[in-house]
Design a protein around this ligand. Structure first.
Ligand SMILES: [Zn+2]
Ligand SMILES: [Zn+2]
Length: 541
């Protein structure tokens, strides 16, 4: 059996994996957030990205366990270290038992059409393999007749597993690199090729990845996984942020997709992906994000000529919505001949925010909170106990603002991939409120790419985006200008930002005040008296 040895170093640590045949893999990390940990040793072991990733994840978690102070964090890292250590040892043992039998097929971990090498003695309930591209243990998909390979936990050899297509992590392997003619093709592209087998049969499968990625310390392993794959399977070179994001996706077992990183993690990753957009990783991302938002779709409102316009709304927009919402007069005046699409997104999250911000429910929220406080015998809450309490909740899941903001980020990331994947355009992006946040996120992700802008220009109305930021990627994303219409009388933005964002300012309230040439503030305070008044109060430049 393989063994793992942890050796503390100043600074950092060294972890030595010795396989049963004596082959050694050594990783050295200089710190908890070492961007470039070293991996040395037997070539065959090094070439197994999944194995190197697990050993790095072990190193990171063990190091975190020993270094951190907080008892909860230490406990969590200790558990995670034990778990990835077990996986690493099991995977190393599998590596030592590869024979000459091979099959070719899609890998549910790296999403490549890869060769899979057979592992001796593991043939029930299905044959077991190691993907030659990413090193992940794979097995034949449990759906009869399916030729794709499913991901398998190295320690769980006796379970039936389903491929990413039958698991509905992705719409279909062949679709991942597919290009779209127009945004009208998105719906069809996102539809699943196969039925969801996993939903019918309960499976105790899972991915190495899901295991490795739970702890934030797995970030340490990300550049390795990313760089290794960038060099081999992707046939290109990923560097820096792209390698990290790709690595993270890999750690997720093909899954930013399976939600391995969680909502917040996913957004952070994808907004830095740049080069992944329009490709395999991006497809997994869109599929995962769109799949988790039942309201997500892109609606064609009108066919026309000229730069196609893409709209996104935020909260507190009109209840009556024929698709155009409040947008029609504004868009008709400025882009009378353009094709117009609307991105529908986050219905649930936006409704929650909207409900909180309307007067009656704010009162209700206050009442609920006051009752709770009274029960706890506390009086210590500021002027707006209801909203303040709800927005400032530390638990991200109980804080509707964080949830909606995260959803906006995910939508923006998905949109960036769809824009990069589509031959139509360049696009004009128009967004109000959190819809403006969606557009800014999409543009920033696209702005990290080395190619020509896919965005013609942008119009942001009452943008729920922090006014202070590095707007370089936004500036780089457009060939024309980014118009930011802001109003000092937008009290909703002021309220949300002063409470939920702890004293920061919204770009839609104060302006961006950016020095980047293409980002232009338009103070419309005189004609816009509130958060919903932009539609009637301005003309697009
Ligand atoms: Zn693979
Ligand atoms: Zn399958």
């Amino acid at each position: 059996m393989a063994t793992l040895l942890y050796v503390p170093r100043r600074p950092g640590c060294e972890v030595r994996l010795t396989a049963s045949d004596g082959a050694v893999l050594v990783v050295v990390a200089r710190s908890l957030d070492d961007p470039d940990p070293s991996v040395q040793g037997e070539e065959a072991l090094q070439a197994n990205v999944a194995l190197a990733t697990l050993v790095l994840a072990y190193a990171a978690n063990e190091l975190a366990y020993r270094r951190l102070r907080s008892p909860e964090k230490r406990e969590s890292h200790k558990k995670e270290a034990a778990r990835v250590a077990k996986d690493a040892v099991a995977l190393a043992d599998l590596t030592a038992r590869v024979d000459s039998e091979e099959v070719a097929g899609w890998c549910s971990s790296c999403f490549e059409q890869a060769t899979h090498r057979h592992v001796k003695g593991h043939n029930r309930p299905k044959r077991k393999f190691l993907c030659a591209s990413c090193g992940t243990p794979t097995t034949e998909c449990a759906v009869p007749g399916c030729r794709h390979l499913a991901v398998m936990k190295p320690t769980a050899l006796l379970t039936l597993c389903y491929c990413a297509e039958h698991h509905h992590e992705i719409p279909g392997f062949a679709k991942l690199t597919q290009r779209l003619e127009t945004l009208s093709d998105v719906e069809e592209w996102l539809s699943y090729e196969s039925r969801n087998a996993a939903r019918i049969t309960k499976v105790a499968g899972g991915t190495i990845a899901a295991a490795a990625v739970v702890a934030p310390m797995a970030f340490l392993a990300a550049p390795i996984a990313g760089a290794a794959l960038g060099g081999s399977a992707l046939g290109g070179s990923l560097t820096g942020a792209a390698a990290t994001s790709h690595g993270l996706a890999m750690l997720g077992g093909g899954a930013v997709a399976s939600g391995g990183l969680g909502m917040a993690g996913g957004t952070a990753v994808v907004t830095a992906t740049g080069t992944a957009l329009g490709g395999i990783l991006g497809a997994g991302t869109v599929s995962a994000y769109a799949g988790s938002d039942k309201s997500f779709r892109i609606e064609l409102l009108r066919k026309g000529t000229g730069a196609p316009v893409l709209l996104a709304s935020g909260f507190l927009t009109d209840k009556q919505d024929d698709g155009w919402g409040s947008w029609r007069p504004l868009i008709d005046a400025r882009f009378p001949d353009s094709t117009v699409y609307r991105v529908h997104w986050g219905a649930k999250e936006l409704a929650d925010i909207g409900a909180l911000l309307t007067l009656s429910s704010a009162k209700q929220a206050v009442r609920v909170v006051l009752t709770q406080l009274a029960r706890r015998g506390s009086k210590a809450f500021g002027r707006l106990p209801g909203l303040g309490y709800v927005f400032a909740a530390n638990d991200i899941l109980s804080n509707p603002w964080s949830v909606a903001k995260t959803r906006a980020g995910m939508t923006g990331a998905a949109l960036a991939d769809l824009i990069a994947r589509t031959d139509e355009g360049p696009f004009v992006l128009v967004g109000h409120s959190l819809g403006a946040r969606v557009m800014v996120t999409a543009a920033q992700a696209l702005g990290t790419r080395p190619y020509a802008p896919r965005i013609d220009s942008m119009h942001l109305l009452g943008a729920a985006v922090g006014s202070a930021g590095d707007w370089r990627t936004l500036n780089d994303a457009v060939s024309g200008d980014v118009w930011n219409y802001h109003s000092s009388r937008d009290t909703v933005l002021r309220l949300v930002y002063s409470i939920a964002e702890r004293g920061k300012h919204a770009g839609g309230h104060r302006g961006f005040d950016s020095r980047f040439q293409k980002i232009k503030d338009r103070n419309v305070s005189r004609s816009v008296e509130g958060h919903s008044a932009y539609f009637a109060g301005i003309k697009l430049t």
